[in-house]
Design a protein around this ligand. Structure first.
Ligand code: GFB
Length: 317
């Protein structure tokens, strides 16, 4: 079992401009960490094995938070599986090989709830990993993430380094991508419904049948979970991070409509893929460590919408 981290150790957050990495940097600074190490993609291409090794040799972090990844929603995953597989494998290998060579004592790898079999019992317990076929719409991404989890457990076994993995559910919050085609469902819907209100449109069309169920966690809650795990968890098994509660995409659309003040009709387009029917996580492992989600979905939607509107105004000005 680990203990609280010294606030003066260098902590490298890989992917600090992304949704997850930026939330982790915010939290670390708030908690008094004085040496948060970051590198923009212009400074360091994490797919470059040698460059990444050189960067870690120069900065010698004692903790690595591996939040860098190529991510996207169901359509982005479907459109570019080779990129999702290749970029994620390369990013993970570069960072973990370099961290292993330097024997960096603590590393947290972030996976995704889509690594679990498509048709597994719900809520999903960590133990069902690799027990069945994956959801086809994000198979390439999931296989890359499973390789990352296996790399962590292999390094633990071979080198005795106490690295760990966390599996977050669908995340959202400030700093997310709101791209209408490539983003995840929650930011995509916030944008669609917001535009509909602004354009006075009578109908918003939501992809798929509206029946799939999804779980949504605010990224600030995930950042708290990452710190909890780095300080208090030391085991082979990845740890689920979610809320343990889900809702249908149709119910999410209603909530988003209420958040942005859309009063028109919600239609569904079943020609668009639904993806996995359900993936809600069993969060008993992380709850036992004292972590629990704090930001409810209605509140998280309101604050994320406010952030989105603020970012839009900056773009317009
Ligand atoms: O968030 P999402 O793209 O990814 O889609 P997944 C979730 C559900 O929302 C699907 C529906 O059933 C979509 O059909 N949906 C409705 C929409 N309207 C929209 C829309 O405008 N945009 C999007 N994107 N979806 C992802 C994986 O799966 O989950 C990733 O592809 C990753 O690899 C991520 O694991 C957490 O939840 O289906």
């Amino acid at each position: 079992m680990h203990s609280p981290l010294n606030r003066d150790v260098p902590v490298y957050v890989a992917g600090h401009t992304g949704l997850v990495g930026s939330a982790c940097v915010r939290l670390l600074r708030r908690r008094g960490f004085t040496r948060v190490v970051t590198a923009s993609s212009a400074e360091l291409d994490l797919r470059d094995h040698e460059a990444t090794a050189g960067f870690l040799r120069r900065h010698r972090p004692e903790v690595v938070l591996l939040a860098a990844a190529r991510v996207g929603g169901i359509a982005a995953n479907h459109a570019a599986p080779a990129d999702f597989l290749s970029d994620n494998l390369r990013i993970q290998l570069s960072i973990m090989d370099a961290a292993r060579a330097l024997r960096i004592p603590r590393l947290l790898f972030l996976g995704s709830s889509c690594i679990y079999p498509r048709d597994c019992p719900q809520p999903i317990h960590e133990s069902v990993l690799l027990s069945g076929p994956l959801e086809p719409t994000n198979e390439a991404y999931a296989v890359a993430k499973i390789a990352g989890v296996t790399q962590v457990s292999s390094v633990r076994r071979q080198d005795g380094l106490p690295w760990i993995s966390a599996m977050p559910t669908n995340l959202y919050g400030p700093g997310d991508s709101f791209d209408p085609e490539r983003s995840h469902v929650l930011p995509a819907l916030l944008r669609k419904f917001d535009e509909a209100v602004r354009e006075d449109a009578g109908t918003v069309t939501v992809w798929g049948t509206g029946t799939p169920r999804r779980e949504f966690l605010h990224v600030d809650d995930l950042a708290e979970a990452c710190l909890t795990l780095l300080e208090h968890y030391d085991d082979d098994s990845p740890v689920n991070v979610g809320t343990g509660e889900d809702l249908t995409i149709a119910a999410l659309a209603e909530l988003v409509a209420a958040t942005v003040g859309f009063r028109g009709r919600i239609a569904f387009d079943p020609r668009r893929p639904d993806g996995t029917p359900r993936k809600v996580l069993d969060i008993s492992t992380i709850r036992a460590l004292g972590w629990a989600p704090r930001i409810g979905l209605a509140e998280g939607l309101r604050s994320t919408y406010a952030w989105y509107r603020g970012a839009q105004e900056v773009v317009v000005r």
